[in-house]
Design a protein around this ligand. Structure first.
Ligand SMILES: NC(=O)C1=CN([C@@H]2O[C@H](COP(=O)(O)OP(=O)(O)OC[C@H]3O[C@@H](n4cnc5c(N)ncnc54)[C@H](O)[C@@H]3O)[C@@H](O)[C@H]2O)C=CC1
Ligand SMILES: CC(=O)C(=O)O
Ligand SMILES: [Mg+2]
Length: 375
């Protein structure tokens, strides 16, 4: 198979779909890889390293979209990329379609086979291609929060760890999955006072074990959100209903009730955000203020630490990517239900239920089960 890796074009996105090491794996399995010039240069993966791994360098993204049978990316395709996709071509990347009607329409129009990293599953009920970026974003969320709590960055001037004689800052993590756990680890490491809300009791039990009682675990009710958000210095939004638009857990009144200079980091912004006042921001302009509360809503947080993130992402995407190339996309998905769960759009049909639930009325689209679409 001819695999194509275009350079990412989203704002300050320096990750790349394949590392040179991953290219070498594809080439070893008999595939050809076309990498856009300078796709990885910003994070130390030079064209020379790709050539040494067996890739051919393409001068433009247009060449890659025109020639490749499978496009491997990181971020959801931007409109100019969607317009270059075509029937018979496979797109393997993050999509986050539920909050994104424009991209959904363009992918339907393209006729391409679009596999979303974030909905591929594993046997334990996890999301193995989302997990590494969730680990990164979870850890970063507390770094970002601590930064914006500084007075010069718009915050209240609170040090999360406190000092001897002064109480630590309060961190509220809503959603105790992968992002939430890593956020809690970092916050605890800084010495903060950490509370995690989740609506899954089994998950709260696991968290209590993982943290050996060092964080407070609280069942997520409206009352708990009212109470803990009003007292928090930093709130991390880390909920997920896979593939669906994020539920809005803090409304405008909650934000108004928070302390001035407190910070919210809405990691769930890529699924539309879990705070009513959130709107997506970029690494170039990451924050804005509503009612005195600093909002950090960067939709591609791992892009900020692109070298670590690219390597972590490739560790997870490589086995599925190789299966797609070795067997062909259709056969690979028919043989692996977890990869099939990644299929969101195929030949103009939307094959992921939560996307249709979010956008069906707006776009007039219907759900087609993945196996029916592939048949
Ligand atoms: N902004 C960014 O750059 C990035 C964003 N993300 C996003 O972060 C979000 C979280 O991802 P993961 O931690 O991997 O998901 P996860 O599935 O591991 O965890 C989500 C948790 O939210 C809980 N939850 C669901 N509804 C809830 C509610 N109403 N109240 C409290 N808890 C609730 C679930 O029980 C689960 O424990 C996703 O939207 C993901 O796409 C992930 C990586 C990067
Ligand atoms: C998960 C995701 O959207 C990201 O890493 O940018
Ligand atoms: Mg994202």
């Amino acid at each position: 198979m001819l695999v194509g890796v275009p350079k990412e074009i989203k704002n300050h996105e320096y990750r790349v779909g394949l590392t040179p090491a991953a290219v070498k794996e594809f080439v070893t399995h008999g595939h050809k890889v076309l990498v856009e010039t300078n796709a990885g240069t910003a994070i130390g993966f030079t064209d020379e390293m790709y050539v040494e791994a067996g890739a051919t360098i393409a001068a433009t993204a247009e060449q890659i979209f025109a020639e490749a049978e499978m496009i491997v990316k990181v971020k959801e395709p931007q409109p100019q990329e969607c317009k270059q996709l075509r029937r018979g071509q496979t797109l393997y990347t993050y999509l986050h379609l539920a909050p994104d009607p424009t991209q959904t329409e363009l992918l339907i129009e393209s006729g391409a086979t679009c596999i979303a990293y974030e909905t591929v599953t594993d046997a334990r009920g996890g999301l193995p291609l989302l997990a590494p970026m969730s680990e990164v974003a979870g850890r970063m969320s507390v770094q970002a929060g601590a930064h914006y709590l500084e007075k010069a960055h718009g915050g209240s001037g609170t040090l999360l760890g406190g000092v001897p004689g002064v109480a630590p800052g309060k961190v509220l993590v809503i959603g105790g999955g992968v992002v939430g756990t890593q956020a809690a680890k970092m916050a605890l490491g800084l010495g903060a006072d950490v509370t995690i809300l989740d609506r899954s009791l089994p998950r709260l039990r696991q968290l209590d074990d993982i943290f050996n009682g060092q964080v407070k675990t609280v069942y997520s009710t409206v009352d708990a959100i009212d109470h803990y958000s009003a007292n928090a210095d930093l709130v991390v939004g880390a909920v997920l209903i896979p593939g669906a638009a994020a539920p809005k857990l803090l409304n405008e009144q909650h934000i108004a009730n928070m302390k001035k200079g407190s910070v919210i980091v809405d990691v769930a912004i890529d699924q539309g955000g879990c705070f009513a006042t959130s709107k997506a921001t970029t690494h170039q302009d990451p924050v804005y203020i509503v009612d005195g509360v600093v909002h950090y809503c960067v939709a591609n947080m791992p892009g900020g630490v692109a070298r670590t993130s690219t390597m972590a992402l490739n560790n997870a995407t490589l086995p599925f990517g190789l299966a797609l190339a070795n067997k062909g996309p259709k056969q690979a998905m028919m043989e692996d239900i977890h990869l099939l769960n990644g299929l969101n759009v195929h030949e103009g049909k939307v094959t992921y239920k939560a996307v249709v639930e979010a956008l069906g009325d707006q776009l007039g689209i219907q759900y087609t089960p993945a196996l029916d679409a592939l048949a």
